[in-house]
Write a protein that binds this ligand. Structure first.
Ligand code: NAP
Length: 274
């Protein structure tokens, strides 16, 4: 079960999102540094070859932990990072898409991650105060300079994605999407039709879908899979361009989530959640 990002970067379709490795409010260091390192190493041991992060997670902390745990990186590991959101405190995020800022952040991510080129660089949010052509122009420049390989977007509408494709080749889009929140259904359908990777963030609704008493309980009792595994298996069956990146700060949850690769929903079980 792989998807080739941009046609030339094949990754297994269950990745890992490294946002939850930071402190509360995605701010500062993790509560348990050693467990964070173990989570990253175990993910790769279990075959994860697609890790999502961002300059703003911590800020810096998530990228620094990835480097500490995994550098020098194994062949084929794709680290996707992002820029375009500044941080002013725990839980606070503000779009900044000025070209010189995006370039600075790419340079700093390269340094923090210990990479010569970033495989997938995502514009974290479109900044409404900066022309989209300028924001993507900065990323295209980085691409020409060999600093980034592919360009992705995050939290965009179909109209924004279509406009962006006029300025750059867009290989992925990362929007909020899970079994209980399908507000981006139209973006997913567009991505699937165009062969663009769709990276659903909050794939288990930031833990809500894993808790007992949720919408997946009945199917969990029927199949023996856990609710978190069902949420992920549902996403994987929903579309071949789907690249879920469940986040966790614990090895136990990581192992549980990755076992969703072996959970196959029947068409009937899948349909019961639609
Ligand atoms: N582009 C964007 O704007 C954007 C926004 C948000 C996130 N993201 C990306 O998407 C990734 C995924 O989002 P997310 O990590 O926030 O949400 P998520 O994957 O839906 O859920 C993660 C949360 O669920 C808990 N959890 C994970 N596995 C569990 C399990 N098996 N049983 C019970 N609880 C479990 C985790 O707590 P524990 O740590 O205790 O396991 C964590 O609090 C992020 O890591 C980040 O890379 C992108």
């Amino acid at each position: 079960m792989t998807f080739a990002i941009g046609g030339d970067l094949p990754v297994h379709r269950l990745g890992y999102g490294a946002m939850q490795l930071t402190g509360p409010g995605i701010w500062g260091p993790p509560r348990d540094h050693d467990e964070a390192i173990r989570v990253l190493r175990r993910a790769v041991e279990l075959g994860v070859d697609f890790i999502d992060t961002a300059d703003s997670y911590g800020p810096n902390v998530s990228e620094e932990l990835i480097r500490e745990a995994l550098h020098p990186y194994p062949e084929g590991l794709v680290i996707a990072t992002k820029a375009g959101l500044t941080r002013t405190g725990p839980g606070q995020w503000h779009p900044v898409g000025r070209p010189e800022y995006l370039r600075q952040q790419a340079e700093l991510s390269l340094r923090r991650l210990g990479l010569e080129r970033i495989d997938l660089f995502q514009l974290h949010r479109i900044d409404s105060q900066v022309p989209l052509a300028d924001q993507l122009g900065a990323l295209v420049e980085l691409q020409k300079d060999g600093k980034i390989r592919h360009i992705g977007l995050s939290e965009v509408s179909v109209a924004q994605l279509t406009e962006a494709r006029g300025y750059a080749e867009i290989v992925s889009v990362q929007n909020l999407y899970n079994v209980s929140n399908r507000q981006s259904e139209d973006v997913l359908d567009y991505a699937a039709a165009e062969g663009i990777g769709f990276i659903p963030w909050y794939p288990i609704a930031t833990g809500e879908l894993a808790r007992p008493g949720g919408p997946l309980d009945a199917l969990a009792a029927q199949t023996g899979a856990t609710p978190a595994q069902l949420a992920l298996a549902w996403l994987l069956k929903r579309s071949p361009v789907m690249l879920p990146i469940p986040g966790t700060s614990s090895v136990a949850h990581l192992e549980e989530n990755l076992a969703a690769r072996t959970v196959e929903l029947t068409d009937e079980q899948y349909a019961s959640l639609v």
